[in-house]
Ligand binder design. Sequence first.
Ligand code: DC
Length: 202
Amino acid sequence: MAFTVAIDGPAAAGKGTIGKAVAAHFGFAHLDTGLLYRAVARHMLDGTDPIVAARGLRTEDLDTEGLRTPEVARAASRVAAMPEVRRALVDFQRAFARRGGGAVLDGRDIGTVICPEAEVKLFVTATDAVRAGRRHRELVGTGHEVSLEEVAQDLRQRDARDSARADAPLRPADDAVVLDTSKLDIDAAVARAIDIIGRARG
Ligand code: DC
């Protein structure tokens, strides 16, 4: 039976970590949809037309190394504003969302556009300062030399672009539960999400 958990929110709010943990808890499949846009962006940076890249995207492309860099994130936000790119990625995401056995998708437009019929919709957010601090620690931890101010500026620009675009902008669905993780550690945020999903499952 299909059971979809849609998790949306701005960059570095904790969507991916929460998505992965709740999927493991309930035995659902998990798709980080940001990786689709990052993989298209990687192809664009390598010289391929982003629309062609999106139409030809293969699941192996999501395993490519180096998709988590700030450069790719910036480019992903740019290709994500192209309606043809978004359109090319819809069917794959919808099929994933409605597969049997349950699915968790995290992104920006899952509850609003990809799967408005999702059984659970979470909008995960945190203050700008908390998100910048988390992403900065993550990047430094993986060997990137970048200042906190650069990371903060990057997030601001990306969120502004993701929220202002005409096609599928970042916003909470009307029926989403907002989960502010500013003052929660990972375990507490995951516990809160598990509680919300468990109730919806009945
Ligand atoms: O979640 P992320 O940081 O990996 O996403 C990278 C970019 O991809 C983000 O800036 C906006 C875009 N994106 C999107 O437009 N829609 C989604 N469902 C997921 C990501």
